[in-house]
Each structure stands twice: as structure tokens, then as C-alpha cells.
Design a protein around this ligand. Sequence first.
Ligand SMILES: [Zn+2]
Length: 1096
Amino acid sequence: MNVNQSAPPVPPFGQPQPVYTGYHQSSYGGQPGSTAPPTPYGAYNGPVPGYQQTPLPGVSRAPPSSEAPPASTAQAPCGQAAYGQFGQGDVQNGPSSTVQMQRFPGSQPFGSVPLAPVVSQPTVLQPYGPPPTSAQVTAQLAGMQIGGAVAPALPPVGLGYGPPTSLASASGSYPNSGLYGSYPQGQAPPLSQAQGHLGAQPPQRSAPPQASGFTSPASGGPRMPSMTGPLLPGQGFGGPSVSQPNHVSSPPPQALPPGTQMTGPPGPPPPMHSSQQPGYQLQQNGSFGPVRGPQPNYGSPYPGAPTFGSQPGPPQPLPPKRLDPDAIPSPIQVIEDDRNNRGSEPFVTGVRGQVPPLVTTNFLVKDQGNASPRYIRCTSYNIPCTSDMAKQAQVPLAAVIKPLARLPPEEASPYVVDHGESGPLRCNRCKAYMCPFMQFVEGGRRFQCCFCSCINDVPPQYFQHLDHTGKRVDAYDRPELSLGSYEFLATVDYCKNNKFPSPPAFIFMIDVSYNAIRSGLVRLLCEELKSLLDFLPREGGAEESAIRVGFVTYNKVLHFYNVKSSLAQPQMMVVSDVADMFVPLLDGFLVNVSESRAVITSLLDQIPEMFADTRETETVFAPVIQAGMEALKAAECAGKLFLFHTSLPIAEAPGKLKNRDDRKLINTDKEKTLFQPQTGAYQTLAKECVAQGCCVDLFLFPNQYVDVATLSVVPQLTGGSVYKYACFQVENDQERFLSDLRRDVQKVVGFDAVMRVRTSTGIRAVDFFGAFYMSNTTDVELAGLDGDKTVTVEFKHDDRLNEESGALLQCALLYTSCAGQRRLRIHNLALNCCTQLADLYRNCETDTLINYMAKFAYRGVLNSPVKTVRDTLITQCAQILACYRKNCASPSSAGQLILPECMKLLPVYLNCVLKSDVLQPGAEVTTDDRAYVRQLVTSMDVAETNVFFYPRLLPLTKSPIESATEPPAVRASEERLSNGDIYLLENGLNLFLWVGASVQQGVVQSLFSVSSFSQITSGLSVLPVLDNPLSKKVRGLIDSLRAQRSRYMKLIVVKQEDKLEMLFKHFLVEDKSLSGGASYVDFLCHMHKEIRQLLS
Ligand SMILES: [Zn+2]
């Protein structure tokens, strides 16, 4: 990676700094870094208030990977992984060669193109017109070449995440390969259990050997209140839009003479085509020109819309001319351009309203007053001054915030500022925290709040003189006066009950019913925990983690274990009264790992044996969470529950569920019920968990429907994670499960958190999306928050904004660290404001816009028919683009589609969201898959939604084997596949290796160690370890891709023309999908029509 750090004139807080995370770290003073200025942190040690040397626990340095346990080394093998980038590639996708393509009509301000019927894109060649102005050309070329991989992703549609049925059920070989895992059918456990059977079995029944005292609940624990409240905040769309600089009008589409198809760099401009060309013309009545061959008509996804491909309209005599896919905006090109243009220089945050590089670009960040884009990304960095303008543009104004985002090793973690007993300095009126935007006045004795304008007194101990510019002379010595992100140590006033918190605890709660035992899960898990417990998160260079651990096993009853260090053997206590859950022991339940190691190891050795012969198939679920939460409450600490669960909880108990899966509801008004929890009990429980700071991570191992929509309610509302391994079998899935588990257990988490987003006068946060709970309209409550979770916040105007002062955001997160320290993390961001719509469109970020729109839509399905949700998205997208066309683009033929440069990928990405399994499921997608994905997307950051909705497709044999960088990606379409090549496709959750039927024998031999294509095992999930350059390169690339993602991606080898290929094709999102999703070309035509209707 080329991350240059051009020795910047960095102020005090140089670059390398302490960091958070890892297992060890350095303290303040001696930074290893060399770039640090001489007295870099002087101020911190000084007599001055704040920064004592006290090695703050939290501040440390290592990146996640450092010293991590074995598995976790996930970070970045190839030295580039983590923030993944590829070097410069040389491959270009699409024919167009960088340079020539640009021929813009010089005059167009935003580069609109003349007639072309469809889209505009910079790289496309222009039919006629004057040569591009230099400015345009520059803008265009700026980003071109490079072959980086791409990241955008689309959700698969069509085939579900499981293997195609035909195969699935057939051979047991793939049952689990399903993307989200589908169930093979028929793996029923011995007992007839299955759903609906409430059979009551004697609770103690499977009690393990040494069960000792069954204490009966001495004190009845709290009861589960019945709940009903609403869960998710939220409501409709309507957001702000974004814009980006370097706005080049979208290149004009290209019209080709009928029959021709463009590939390769376009030659001289073709004769001008009038908008009448047969093939391309978009007709008013909605029929769009011909569509490419293989896609028949694109039927009904959009209700009132005419069909695309073959339309009823006026007969089209000529064979349809196909719209050249190379003439429409290419995600790959945009990504590569950005990498070329912005990947080499650090992104310095000192300037207000700067649009950061794309999430797919590898870049370093230097904090000079605004939060890094790793913490906050906005849909637009230039906000309309008035709500009328915002409404006109329809561009959602939103920020995707990842408060505890992990940073690459080269970047410093936020400094921790300690103001002692007086605590952080805040505005008396709006309570905003001291930040670089506060204005000191009256010689430094007072400061004016940048959020509400209130004038506040500066406390004596914080006083400092101002220099001739009005700036405090100590500004660069104080993080809170010069950086975009930093932390404050919180005082006891910020703690629950005015008491500093105890260190958090982790409780492992293991399902030991028949399915869990039979699949080998329990044995595998217990074995793994023995070593994994040595890697619990710690901070501040602590030798060991402050986190205590506890263990519970369960089926229809719960078994608590006393693992006190003084015991020779662990003791078990059974609680069979699941309706009135209580914790049977306090002393000895939560223990320090090193102190109780022997007892814990003994317990983990015994658990698989104790339940080895169980016949119990029924489980409870809510009582398990209740028990964990009660245990934390009794211990007066926050913490996390790790639940390992296998089945629909049908045993008689609170939170009992029934199988209500019904695919017939799809596409009906009742479809939304499939996404809603079937009982309010879990919401009530979640609320109690949040109050206690009890976060729940759920690992599911279902063999059939388990009602993910209901089971994921508590994890979702407590800031937890859900993992799903359908038809789990140790042989096939152990690597994936263990990898996820290790990462999950080790990651740094903030507990018992509250996040508040303050804004300057004129706008305010009105809506929130993510995994959290809200009991009022402003505070986002998070029982737990890790470095992977994001909260998307939407803003609306409540007054007029001012171009001069801009708009400010301040996100404050109050949380308890892994070591039990109460802290406040502050992120500040200043945005520009505009009175011209063009400025809005020039400063937006489509990837962030898509993140917001997907979350908005995925929440919408809880309350509205899926079709309504899709229509809303389409309408909004059309309005955004129509507003641009009407107000910002230069006049041009109506037959031309003109897209703002920063939003030229909006149609292709939005189409991917529309085709996703949640919004348009294929026949193979299960109800649980949809609920699972819906829940996952809710917490994704911008990079994750990008690759999830538009997968990355990498050709493997085109680039030189020696090349250390990732090969340049190609567009996710079948026509980009060469049968003589091999490709990797990934979307953050799934990973495929597609092998073309004509691949050279040598390649086959090198990678698979077999002599011919036909001998390659379809569905293979592990490549043989062979000692040759190609094998090493491919395996290295796979490792690198995995390291970039927050979840382990299991590999599936797919052969061309093989049955499994259907599964793979599901991810070729530019193509028409089996479930009816439109191809990119068709959707673009449809969008064009919608826009024209709005404009006429
Ligand atoms: Zn204020």
C-alpha cells in the first residue's frame, strides 16, 4: 500500500499515537513513531490540567491484530489487507481506454451529454461535440486506471442463500454451503420434537453426573414483564442528498448503430445519432429500447411501470439494439478512479465539508479538527441552507457513524483527556462538549457555543490567553481544541447510581440439547473456549483482561456452574423453574479466568460428556437471556451474553415460540409479519437488558426454521450480533464458526453506552437506524457497542442554515470500557451549507446514500408491503435525479439521461438493493435468511453495504502471478466472465471461486492438484495447499479478502455449467435475476423513464 505520509507539519498530536485496542500498547510519552515532533505531547504532561501522564488504560496502541490469538490474526496477511487496497492495476474494465473516451461537449458545465438516450458517464465516448474542456478532461481522467478491486456489492437475489434446492437436499454435501445457510430438510432429531411439541419432560432429566445442590430460588427473580413497545425508531425516508466535488456530468451514453456493439475503445465519434435511433430511444410511454439479449422482459418489479425489455408499446421492427453495457456508469471504473486520484495522499480533516475518498480506496487520515471518515461518513458534505431546497432535492441528509471504529495501525486512537473532578467542559445550555469549533471571547474568559451560540464562562482552571487571531495559545496542546475525535474520562456524575462501574463480565450460555450435541457443536465450542478465554479484550497494556466469565448450559432447564477457584471441581446448579428465573449462586459464578483456570478447564472438559447421551430436543430461549441478565444485575456490572442456540424454543416457558413460517405470505400485505417478532416478550426483555448494560450476541445453528425475526430482537436492541450457521456440521463449518467466535470474543466493546448527536442550530437528528434501543427521541442506548457497529442518523432542517457558519455535528458516546473505565468519546464534524443545488449534488457520497436507503427500506418492510417499499425507493431516486436534471444540468435533449457525477452509480446500486433478498426474495431464500440479512444490514457500515450489495469479482489469472496486489475487479455480470479464467467473488458474507470450463490444464493442476477440469470437486470449500506460485497467490488472496471482512467467508468452488453455478450467478448483480430483479441496463432505462415523467 502506498500510504505516504508526507511529513506533515502536524501539530502536536502527531500521527502515531496510542491506540485502543489490542493486547498491549504503549503509553503516551515515548512514541515509537519517528515522525513525532520534538515535544509532541509536552502539553500533556505539563502542569496544566488535563493530560497527566497517567497511562490511561484505554489508550493504547495496537491495532486489533496485534498479538491477537491465533485465529484472530485475521487482520492482514498481505500487509494490505485491513483496509484493503490493491495497487495499481493495469486492467481496465470495459473497453474504454482511459484517455480517449472523453469527449465532452466542452460547454456543458456538468458535463451532460448530448443526445444519448441513456446514461451518461465520463468514460464514454462522445459522439460529437467539441473536445472536452481541459477541466473536464482532468476531472475525468483523474481517476481512471488502476485496477483495484472493487467493493460495491449487491445483494443476491434469486437463488437463495442456500444452495439450489435441487442440489441441496440431494447431496448432503452442500447443505451448509448456503450463503446464509439453508436447511437441507430432514435432519430431524430423534425425538419427534420438532416444532410445536410441547412435551414436558422432567427438567432434571438430563442432569449431569455431578450435579450438586439444586438450590431453589431463594429469591424470586424479577419477572418478565409483558412487553409490547415498539422497537425500532424510525419512519420514512426523505432524506437529504449528497453531492460531491469534482462533478463532471455524467458521460453521455453512447449510441451505436444498430447492430453494433461497442467494446474496446471507441474509435472516432460515430456520426451523431439523433435521439431517434431505433434502438435506443426511450419512449415516452415507457418502453425502452431494446434490451440486451438474454433478458426477456423485465416484468413487474415496478408496478405501474411498463415492461422494459419487450414492451407492448409501439412495435419495434428492428432487432433491438442493445444498449452497450460499457456505455453506462461502471462501479469498477469509479472505484478505480478514486483509488488513483485519492489513494496516495493522506486525507487531512482540517477543511470543512471535504468529501472523503471512497470506502473502497485505501487512504490514511490525519485528524486536524474533524472526525475521520472511519468514524463518520455523510450522504452529503454540503447541506442545503433551507428545508425547501432539501425537499426539492430529496437527497437524504444522513450520517453513518461508527463511534468505536477500529483504525489502521498507522493512525492514532483518540487521546484520552482527563479534566479531573470537574469533568469535561460543556456548554451550559445545550450540553455540547468542548471542541475545536467553540469560540473563545473576552480575552479567553468566556466561550461561545458553536452549537447553540450560548456564551459560557471559562472555569478558572481552564483559562488560557488568546493569540492575536483569537485562538487559545494552548489550542494545539489540547486534543479537545484541535482534533476531530478524542475522549474524556468521565466523572462519577456520568455513572449509573453515581458509582464507578465494575469491570464487565462475559457469560457463555450453551445449548446442550440433542441437536447441539449431535452436530459436535458443544464439544467443539468447549474445546475452543479453553484457549480463547486467554484472549478476552483488555486495554491499557493490562496483562490480563479485567473481564470476568461465567458459564450456563441449558435445554429446557438451565444449569449454572460454580467455578470458584477454591473448588476442586466445578459444581452445577439446575434451575428448572424457567418461568421465574433467578440466579442460584452469586459467589463463584463470575470469576477471573486466570484464578479459576483449573476449574474452568475441568468444566469445559466435562460438559460434552455430561450431555453426550441427551435425548432432550426442546429448548427455552428467553429464560436463558433473563438468567444472564439477572446474573449481571446481581453482580452489579454490565457485560455480554454469548448464546449458542440451535432450535425454535418450543418448550413451555416465557418467550416460547411456534413455527409460523409461511412463504405464501410473500408478496402479500401480510408479508411484513414475517419480519416482525411473534411476541412482544422479547422486546420487554431487551429493554431490561439495556437497562442493565447486558449485550447479547447470538450464535444460531438451526436445522430448520427458528424464527430469526423473533430470536434476534434482543441482540438487535442490545447492540449485539447474530451469526447463523444453518445445518452446522463440525467438519464443514468449524473453521467459519471458530473464526467468527474468536473475533467476536476478542473485539473491543464499549458497554452500557448512550450516544447523543448534537447539531448546530438549523438542523437536528430526527431518525436513527442500527442495533440499539431508544426510550426517548434523542438518546441512542446501547447495552454494548463494538467497533463493527454503526448507527445511521438522519437529519432534518428546523431552521435556515447559514453558508458562512456551515453546520456542525457532535456525536458523544458515553460508555464503559473493557476495563471498567467510564469514558466519553467525542466526534466532531463540520459541513458546508449551500444555496445552490449544484453544490449539494457536487458534494454527496453515493455509497453512504445507499447505506441509508437500504437501512430505511429494510426497516420499512416491518410496516409496509415490500412492493411499497421498493416503489418508494425508486420514486425517491427518480426525484433526486430529476431535480438535478432540472436545476443543475445544462439544457439538453429529453432523450438523454444525465446523472450527477457523484451519483452516477446511484441507479446501479439502488437496483441491487431492490433486488436484494429482503426486498425481492428468490424461491430459495428462507424466511430466516431474510430476517437474518435484514438484521445484519441494519448495523453495517458504508464499506460493508457497498460490497454486500455490489459484490467484488476478481479475475485471477489475468494479472501476473508475481503481482503482490489484488487483481483489478470486473463488473458483476456473466458477460464479464471468460471461460478460460478463474474468478473470486465476495460480498462480505460469501466467497466463491468460479472456474471456467476452458481454463488451462496447468492452472487446474496448480490450484486443485487434479489433471482436468472435470476432476475438480464442485463445492469444494478448501483449496489444497500446493507449493507453486499460483496456489500461493490464490490462497493468499482468499486470506486477504477474509481479513478485510468482519465475518469469515466460507469458500465455495463453483464450476462453470455446474449445478452450483446458479448459486454463484445470484451474485452477478448487473444481470437480470431469477427472482425477477431487473438487470442494470433495464433498471437504468426504467429510471430514465421515471425521471422523464417527473420532468414533463
Ligand atoms: Zn450550546
